[in-house]
Design a protein around this ligand. Sequence first.
Ligand code: ADP
Ligand code: MG
Length: 700
Amino acid sequence: MADLLSSPILYLKGVGPQRAELLKKELGIFTFRGLLEHYPYRHIDRTEVSLIRDINPQTEYIQIIGRIISMHNLGEKNAKRLAATIQDSTGTLELIWFQGLNWVSKMLQPGKTYFVFGRIGFYQGKPQITHPEIEAIVDDSTQRRSFLEPVYPSTEKLSLKGMGGRQLGKLSLSLLNMLSEKDIAEILPPYLINEQKLMNRFQAFKSIHFPASLIEYSHALERLKFDELFIAQIRMGLIKSRRHRSSTGVVFGRVGELFNLFYSSHLPFELTGAQKRVLKELRKDMGSGSQMNRLLQGDVGSGKTIVALLSMLLAVDNGFQACLMAPTEILARQHFEAINQLLKEMPVRMDILTGSTKAKLKRSIEERAAEGNLDILIGTHSLIEDSVQFRNLGLAVIDEQHRFGVAQRAKLWGKSKIPPHVLVMTATPIPRTLAMTAYGDLDTSIMDELPPGRQPIITVHRYENKRAQVMGFLRSEIEKGRQVYIIFPLIEESETLDYENLMKGYENLKAWFPEPKFWISMVHGRQPNETKKTNMERFVKQDTQIMVSTTVIEVGVNIPNATVMVIESAEKFGLSQLHQLRGRVGRGTEKSYCILLTGSQLNKEARERLNIMCQTNDGFRIAEKDLEIRGPGDIAGTRQSGLLDFKLADIVKDKQLLDLSGQMAWKLLQEDPDLDSPSHSNLKSLLDQLSGKTVWSRIS
Ligand code: ADP
Ligand code: MG
């Protein structure tokens, strides 16, 4: 099938080489399809013309019809501008240009009548429009058309070449006139269109550019949003199911001695229902013969470590090695010590490899890993260095996934002939909506249950002027034998101001707790690793009662005796970071507290963040809220995937449509996993056309 929409934009009537270059550079439009999908951001109702008299300080945009009565060049050399006065039957208005003066003064002719559209501004109390959209009225009667005229995103440079926001409509119109139903084939099966009462796809493209009414526009918009979301989810579904069917993975066919021995004799507690369920899911995956790619989402404190450990034992039982990769040295060490403790009476050979491992030891670890004399290797990024090779790596667990890039994860695949199973664990719950799109190709397990006996953490927000009370409260908790964290913002470890605040905070704290019985540790990113480690250890051993720290403490650290967390300048933290930090307390059976300290000046967003923190401990709710407040663009790790670049749809605002299209996509793939049915052939060929652009098919 000749694909008209893939034609270079150069060949569209009215474009030509010069304009084609500009369209590419300024708007990234290379083909007919690019122009077709360059959607108008609004429509002007050309029947609605205001009078100059009606302009008031509340007026934002306005469309008037009037005659140019005078034009002046003003200003000097670098500050030149052009002013024109336009008049209608009720008054006059100034129009101002700072750019394109030559072109504008050639185009405008005093005495002639124009349509003028633009944003009203006030200069010295008088209304004016800077850089209005302006168009001569050729014949008054024909131009008062009753349709809505599209206005497109455009740029200064394009405007100067006659391709401004309104003028681009001429190109769209000539493109749409060339296209027929066979160029924009219907991709949805008829039953779905009927069921959902969707506009036909070809019609939708016409109507989104040139609707006959606002209602028609909204139907077109809904249809095309549906398609964007539907197509994205079909693509994800296909990647996932193809991988399930075609990727070979090592088979962990049996539950062996180590697993059983540990489970029956060394497990320090009864697993929660969620832990058991997830383990079952993992075992099924790892026994299936395909490579596992699973995302385990478990809120902070839900007990992911033990799940990772049991899965690693399963690997060892089946004659394979396993590794566990953590984002920081502190965390890797903590995992190592916790797991070492749990396995102390078991015949498992394990070790730890981090950036600070001495060269000689490192060589020996690498040798043992390569020869298969090491069962479990725990570490940091060091694990993915090329010098680290395994004899037969069967499982790679990655903790706290948001710190690792996609590419780093993919490197793990190369460590074994058959790619190891990959278990990614994240404590930053990903909102369901986002997970469906951004991580839709990973299988997901969710641990939505905390171990029994945990009391919900009590979170409060206190202003700076209540510091004395807060310190008094810390004192009383410490006197009960508890430990406390005090966290300072240090967003970038190199920010000097934050660093000074941290030091000042530390000095102040010493003043609040002057007696010799109080001991304070401090950990921050500028310390050498050795210092960090000793300071951390002193706190772990309860030699110190107060830990002053930056967010290096954010992930993973597990000290059940710590019951209070104070977060200084809490307004500077994002929601997921606050939630992570708070997760450091409430790990034992004692009642725990999180105190968010702020100054008195808070903006609306910060206030909202603090409120939600005080209202709930539920990471999933917090993640949804975070998405709502910030939008999808900022959520860690999703931007690079390029998946959320929908042109029309917004996964937050269009959540209903996202859910609906997701269900439809799922249903369709259930019935026809390879899209072989004739009623899906158009969909299939559209996907084939798009597939060259896929950058995310290798997300592990
Ligand atoms: P996270 O999911 O945040 O990584 P951890 O694995 O660090 O959580 O577990 C948090 C704490 O809960 C640890 O002290 C761990 O020993 C404990 N824990 C985990 N599972 C259970 C359980 N089923 N019952 C009781 N305590 C548990
Ligand atoms: Mg953890």
